[in-house]
Design a protein around this ligand. Structure first.
Ligand code: CR1
Length: 812
């Protein structure tokens, strides 16, 4: 806090300046005095007080970028999974201790009020959280950048478990206002839908939409490390142009008068809760165009205001498309350049391609977005024409290249002609960008070989890799103060400014007294988590057991089912061989399932059924406990990750593009048990083979097996442990109230086993027994855990953003 904003203490007011400033805010902005204030009042007063400094730095950052004529980065993303902001801002501004002390002098516990801040949950999972880490790193690296997205009124649903079944409840983060946001009434744009396109005799094209909404900017400051820079996250709100049609209202037609308003508000009402699968509905396409159009209009407006000439756009703006959700922005920029700025198609295309970059986040074929052509054309008739024009050019270029045959042309085309005709958004994004990147080395190689093979042949220099990263501020310093303090004692503060400096920790792996202190920090984090689980779920955990954690969206390819089946097998083993020296284990699961994803919801129910049975069985006692922790979100991850010993990253090889949870765990000293998938491979390369448990089929082997018509039956019948577990689940041992509940799920393993659960089971179980043995050797485990922390600095999102900045955006 600078002195200028904190009210000076007076003779009558003996409190230090900061405490007085908070009380002053409480009185004058919240309208309560210290006696009457409730925790949420203190929260608001603290945020509003801290905000003053943030705003000043924000304005400085914006002015400096303007004065320097700097190139700006624009990150377009339908999701920003930010979580809470108070602790992030306090910590990045280095005001944590000061504010905690000021509040304590007022009898208020900072940690307690931090806990009641709602999570900004404008995202599903990894893709949205990556966007949030990137925003923080952009500010930390002092790069002028804007995030663009949608201000959903209802973010990711809250998950409740009713008798073990997921129930979705609406999320309402804005219910009590949002002290972090600023509406910018002057930054408002017209976004049209539908209607028709006409051309004048001179060739001028005119689109008259039949429907229009207004996009209004709402800005949130994104504070970088040490407050070096504050960037803007600009989220769009939808409003009807004529909020209440007064004539109708006066005539008594209240519903009709409000219909337009309702329709507009629906656009930004809710986040689609689909992760790695497209939502497919018309409203989703409307959301995508709404935010893409407003963002592109805003970018073009700013460019013209600062630089005057639209032709220099690529020199001053780099626009990154976070997956295909904003891909229609390519056509929108083309539309503005040709219809409004009167550039030729060729010139507009060159500017467009030089400005855009596209990041692909998944190869799952069912996840690649495409829109039925009639829908796209009805909603965006002018963009449909532009897509056809781009396609004509693209296919002409392709047909000139040797080795590109009819099949390749069909694969490159922006229009999928097989069956119902559809617009392929990934091909549009690819064609309209100068850079197309994957998010981990293996994923990028698979992009070249599979989904984008033909586009890659046509443009062999376009695909590049940018392995994901995570911000070490939130995912180490803020969530794990105990470990951070220990690291500072051991290697000093340098790692806080450059995570690569964590390598200085490596020699401490062999220092037994350091390892002991390291283990004490982990244990204390486990005690804290156990208290949370006891309070929220009534389950008692043994903090000396190994905490084995799988937290992420529930998806078949992520194979939570493999973890559950192995728990059942282990349960059976412990009961059959009570004389063995078992390592006590706590298996924690958490994650949400898309509301329409029945198999995923059944997996949640199974985890809960298995937990219920095992946790109540005195034969295993504390040797095995299973818990499914409800309502997984960023804040829950911040509690669980510092307390984990073992990180489960067990997706079917070739299917997890990168993963970022894997990085958060290893950075906090958990060892990984994982397949050779996504960024696990690069984590292995950094921490070394002896400090990670790798098992199972490789991506190539999975592909071969699938091609050879593999079925699970033979494998299950050949593995006693697996057969026993699968048959127990299938026959209703864990669902006596409904014995057939899991029959279909288990039949799937016999009949196809697309996700190779059976094929990988024995290797997984064997790796788990290695885990047990190593956990029993405190020195060996501790050494590996320290080596993990020491080598995870490379996975900082600062490194990732540095690569984007230099290699794609040209801003460093
Ligand atoms: C991937 O599944 C990756 C994140 C961020 C997800 C995950 O492996 O870490 O993206 N993809 O890159 C996704 O959500 C729509 O696709």
């Amino acid at each position: 806090m600078t002195d200028s904003q904190a009210a000076a203490p007076t003779a009558l007011d003996p409190r230090p300046a900061l405490a007085s400033a908070i009380v002053d805010t409480l009185v004058h902005r919240i309208g309560k005095d210290a006696q009457a204030a409730r925790p949420h009042d203190w929260l608001a007063a603290t945020i509003l007080t801290l905000r003053n400094e943030i705003i000043e730095r924000w304005m400085e950052s914006t002015k400096a970028a303007h004065a320097a004529g700097a190139k700006r980065v624009y990150y377009l993303s339908l999701e920003f999974l930010i979580g809470r902001l108070l602790r992030d801002a306090l910590s990045n501004l280095r005001h944590n201790d000061e504010v905690a002390a000021a509040l304590a002098s007022l009898g208020v516990d900072l940690a307690a009020i931090e806990e009641i801040e709602p999570d900004a949950a404008l995202g599903n999972g990894g893709l949205g959280r990556l966007a949030a880490c990137f925003m923080e790193s952009l500010a930390s690296l002092d790069l002028p950048a804007y995030g663009y997205g949608i201000r959903y009124v209802n973010g990711m649903f809250r998950q409740r478990l009713d008798d073990g079944w997921q129930v979705e409840l609406p999320e309402n983060w804005l219910a009590h206002g949002n002290p972090w946001e600023f509406e910018r009434r002057e930054s408002a744009y017209f976004v049209g839908f539908g209607g028709e396109v006409t051309a004048t005799t001179s060739g001028q094209v005119h689109w008259s939409p039949i429907e229009a909404v207004e996009a209004v900017a709402v800005d949130t400051p994104m504070v970088g490390w040490r407050g070096k820079r504050v960037n803007t996250l600009r989220l769009w709100n939808a409003r009807a142009f004529d909020p209440i049609k007064l004539d109708r209202f006066n005539a008594g037609d209240f519903e009709g008068a409000l219909a337009g308003q309702m329709r507009a508000e629906t656009l930004t009402r809710v986040l689609y809760p689909n992760d790695s699968t497209p939502a497919g509905q018309e409203l989703r396409l409307r959301q995508e165009y709404f935010f893409s159009s407003a963002s592109i209009q805003d970018i073009v407006r700013r460019h013209l205001q600062y630089f005057g000439d639209i032709r220099t756009l690529p020199e001053k703006a780099a626009i990154q498309l976070n997956d295909t959700h904003p891909a229609v922005a390519v056509a929108e920029l083309m539309r503005l350049l040709t219809d409004f700025h009167e550039l030729s198609f060729d010139e507009a295309w060159e500017i467009t391609r030089a400005t855009f970059g596209y990041t692909n986040h998944t190869l799952l074929p069912e996840a690649l977005e495409s829109w039925p052509l009639p829908l796209f054309e009805r909603l965006l008739p002018r963009h449909m024409q532009i897509v056809y024009a781009i396609n004509a050019r693209l296919l002409r270029e392709a047909s000139k290249v040797d080795g590109i045959d009819g099949n390749a042309i069909a694969a490159i085309s922006l229009i999928d002609e097989g069956g119902e005709r559809r617009v392929r958004m990934a091909n549009l994004a690819f064609a309209g960008s100068h850079s197309v990147n994957g998010v981990a080395a293996l994923h990028t190689e698979l992009m070249k070989k599979t989904v984008f093979a033909d586009l890659h042949r046509l443009y062999p220099d376009r695909i590049n890799n940018k392995t994901n990263g995570i911000t070490p501020r939130r995912w180490l310093q803020q969530c794990n103060p105990g470990l951070t303090g220990l690291l500072v004692e051991a290697i000093g503060e340098d790692f806080k400014d450059d995570a690569a400096r964590l390598t200085a920790l490596a020699p401490f792996a062999n220092d037994s007294s350091f390892r002991e202190r390291f283990a004490m920090v982990k244990r204390s984090n486990k005690v804290t988590l156990s208290t949370y689980i006891k309070d929220s779920m009534g389950l008692t955990l043994d903090p000396d057991a190994i905490f084995d954690v799988q937290i992420k969206r529930i998806h078949e390819y992520k194979r939570q089912l493999l973890g559950i089946v192995e728990a059942v097998a282990l349960y059976d083993q412990i009961r059959s061989h009570p004389e063995r020296n078992w390592t006590p284990r706590v298996k924690l699961f958490a994650g949400k399932a898309a509301s329409s994803y029945h198999t995923a919801k059944l997996v949640i129910k199974l985890a809960n059924d298995v937990a219920k049975r095992i946790n109540a069985d005195p034969a295993v006692g504390d040797l095995l406990k299973v818990a499914f922790v409800p309502n997984y979100n960023v804040s829950l991850a911040e509690k669980i990750i510092p307390a984990a010993d073992l990180s489960e990253q067990i997706s079917t090889a070739g299917m997890e593009a990168s993963g970022t949870g894997n990085m958060k765990f290893a950075l906090n000293g958990a060892l990984t048990i994982g397949t050779l998938d996504g960024a696990n491979i690069e984590i292995k390369d950094h921490v070394g083979d002896d400090n990670i448990f790798i098992f199972g089929l490789t991506a190539d082997e999975v592909a071969e097996k699938r091609a050879s018509g593999y079925r699970g039956r033979q494998v299950i019948e050949g593995s006693r442990e697996l057969a026993q577990a699968v048959n127990a689940i299938a026959s209703g041992v864990f669902s006596p109230d409904d014995p057939d509940r899991y029959k279909g799920l288990m039949d799937g393993l016999y009949e196809h086993d697309w996700f190779m659960l059976a094929a990988d089971f024995d290797a997984y179980a064997a790796a788990q027994r290695e885990v047990d043995a190593k956990f029993g050797d405190t020195a060996a485990w501790g050494r590996s855990a320290v080596i993990n922390v020491a080598n995870m600095g490379w996975f900082s999102s600062d490194r990732t953003i540095g690569e984007y900045a230099k290699q794609i955006w040209g801003v460093m």
